[in-house]
Write a protein that binds this ligand. Structure first.
Ligand SMILES: C[S@@+](CC[C@H](N)C(=O)[O-])C[C@H]1O[C@@H](n2cnc3c(N)ncnc32)[C@H](O)[C@@H]1O
Length: 210
């Protein structure tokens, strides 16, 4: 049984942890919260991939695999990576339970080999400002015709205190070599929330490598 005070602290951790991107902290979150993190696939992933034929996908910072497993169940070949061993354990267990195999790896994205022109879809959902920091590598990994899907906090989100989110139009500028299909910057209830029900500035990008 986790003491209530520790549990409350851990529930408030995701944003702090995203700032530090530090593996033990994410391990603590997943170990303590177990299934108590978002489990439904992302609305943006559902909408964007609904009419795509299955191909090969990379989920960067997949967490418990909610999106990776969704795609695998639709017939996609999915590689999901995360720095947290606990997250990868949860994802592997769920994938096995659902009979939806994924290639799950404990790895920093920064340490992955640069798989050139390989993926039909790359997801980067609520992984701090990883997409802009690793833009060139992400774009190189996309197949021509492949889609990049990013969702995360705007850096004005109060809990981020101006750190490590995406700035206004930053995703647009950074990925301007891609064909931007969708961009949103608006207040909404984020799928990963330190405070449930709170609306905060969130950015979303869907872009294609032509
Ligand atoms: C807020 S969670 C989001 C998880 C998942 N994308 C989702 O939307 O449910 C952020 C995840 O990114 C992972 N992460 C943070 N920095 C990373 C990095 N540099 N490389 C790979 N994973 C990273 C964390 O371990 C954590 O599981």
């Amino acid at each position: 049984m986790i003491p209530r005070i520790l549990l409350l602290a851990l529930l408030a951790l995701p944003l702090t942890a995203q700032r530090r991107s530090d593996a033990p902290t994410w391990d603590e979150i997943y170990a303590a919260r177990g299934g108590n993190v978002p489990v439904k696939p992302s609305a943006l992933v559902l909408e964007t991939t609904a009419s795509l034929p299955p191909g090969e996908a990379l989920d960067i910072g997949m967490g418990n695999g909610r999106n990776a497993i969704y795609l695998a169940r639709k017939g996609w070949k999915v590689t999901g990576i995360d720095i947290s061993k606990e997250a990868v354990k949860l994802a592997e267990a769920e994938a096995k339970k659902l009979g939806a195999p994924i290639e799950a790896k404990v790895s920093r994205f920064e340490d992955l080999p640069p798989y050139l022109n390989r993926f039909d879809v790359i997801l980067c959902m609520y992984v701090q400002d990883l997409a802009t920091k690793n833009a060139r590598k992400i774009m190189d990994m996309l197949k021509p015709g492949g889609l990049l899907i990013v969702e995360g906090y705007h850096d004005a989100a109060p809990a981020l205190a101006g750190r490590a989110g995406y700035g206004t139009n930053q995703l647009l500028r950074t990925f301007n070599r891609l064909h931007i299909l969708r961009y949103e910057d608006r207040e909404m209830q984020p799928e990963w929330a330190a405070v449930p029900q709170a609306r905060v500035p969130v950015v979303r990008l869907v872009a294609r490598k032509d």
